[in-house]
Ligand binder design. Structure first.
Ligand code: ZN
Length: 352
């Protein structure tokens, strides 16, 4: 008897356990339903920002981060270009500043209020090909000319001078092509004011607030820029204090600084480096002398510099003769064992 009662009791508690499990299961089901709805709401917010095009390039975006593998540096750059183009065609979606290290690119895709980190990785090549960046300064006066430089088969980097007739149009064109570009920050030259750096120039006599405000205005005009180099500036770039304010403003936006080296006593690159900014420095001006022969000789110098140091930066201007010479040279760089790369690919961090 006692045994039988015990058995019945244990059967009862078993049913109790089943009931508890059932309630728990239903509860978890409800909770899961709520979570699912939350997730769906989050995804719908993102959908409102239309991430579909971006996701065809890098896969499904995830707030915890997405890693994409590319075969090599060029493929990674191609992926970045496609990503920028996809973002450009997607309402509410933007690609944030890109940080580069050997073998990886880190960036953020902003979709409406959401932020998605994306990392593009590629294996380091066994042997590094010397890299040459070619920057075309003073762009913004002529849209067709800018486009002709973009159509070159080597990826030259354009640097847009603010407040010119077509500055905004060129920036829009670059954005639509998914091409990275610089802001060409006008700065006081020796011989000012007879030598005129143009509207909105940073001058040695300006106080900190004025210089910072001007830098911000110029950068606000070009939200897609990846870096800055100086237009003229043979006086201002010799001065540590104003270059420090400029560097601070660039650091806040994750931009790099290319010192155009318009003065032998420039401190611009040192100041940028000291403030932790990625930086680089112009090695060769290619078209001070505007003939095909002279430009060709300067390109040869730039190639030699890249082969000697691993990287080099050449700066030219949107002259027809510069365009013609670069067109003729485009297939030659590879034959000379040098890769022409966007200037962002030769920036250094620290002592570098
Ligand atoms: Zn310039």
């Amino acid at each position: 008897m006692a045994r039988k009662r015990k058995k019945r009791r244990s059967a009862g508690s078993r049913w109790g356990l089943v009931a508890v499990v059932a309630v728990l299961a239903v509860g978890i089901g409800f909770l899961g339903g709520y979570l699912w709805n939350d997730l769906r709401a989050v995804r719908q917010t993102a959908r409102r920002a239309d991430t579909a095009r971006v996701e065809t390039v890098v896969g499904q975006l995830d707030p915890a981060g997405v890693r994409v593998r590319a075969a090599n540096r060029a493929a990674a750059d191609g992926l970045l270009d496609r990503l920028r183009r996809a973002a450009g065609q997607s309402p509410g979606v933007a690609v944030g500043p890109v940080s580069r290290r050997d073998g990886r690119l880190d960036l953020t895709v902003a979709a409406g209020p959401d932020r998605y980190p994306v990392t593009i990785l590629w294996p380091a090549p066994a042997e590094r090909v010397p890299r040459l960046a070619i920057v075309i300064d003073d762009v913004g006066r002529n849209l067709d000319r800018a486009e002709a430089f973009l159509d070159l088969t080597v990826p030259v980097t354009l640097s847009i001078l603010p407040r010119q007739r077509h500055s905004r149009d060129v920036a829009d064109l670059l954005r639509s092509r998914g091409r990275a570009y610089l802001v060409h920050m006008p700065m006081e030259p020796q011989g000012y004011p007879s030598v005129d750096p143009g509207p909105g120039a940073l001058l040695a006599g300006m106080d900190e607030a004025r210089i910072r405000a001007l830098v911000r205005q110029h950068l606000d005009d070009f939200p897609g820029a990846v870096g800055v180099n100086n237009h003229m500036g043979s006086r201002l770039t010799e001065l540590e204090a104003p270059m420090g304010w400029v560097a601070d403003e660039l650091a806040r936006r994750g931009l790099f600084f290319l010192d155009s080296v318009t003065s032998g006593r420039t401190v611009a690159a040192e100041v940028a480096r000291a403030r932790g900014l990625p930086w680089c420095r112009r090695d060769v001006f290619i078209d001070n002398d505007r003939t095909e022969d002279a430009i060709g000789r300067q390109l040869e110098r730039a190639v030699q510099r890249a082969r000697k140091n691993g990287t080099a930066v050449a700066i030219g201007h949107p002259y027809p003769v510069t365009l013609r010479t670069l067109r003729a040279w485009a297939p030659r760089f590879r034959q000379l064992g040098v890769a022409v790369v966007p200037v962002a690919d030769v920036v250094r961090t620290g002592e570098g």
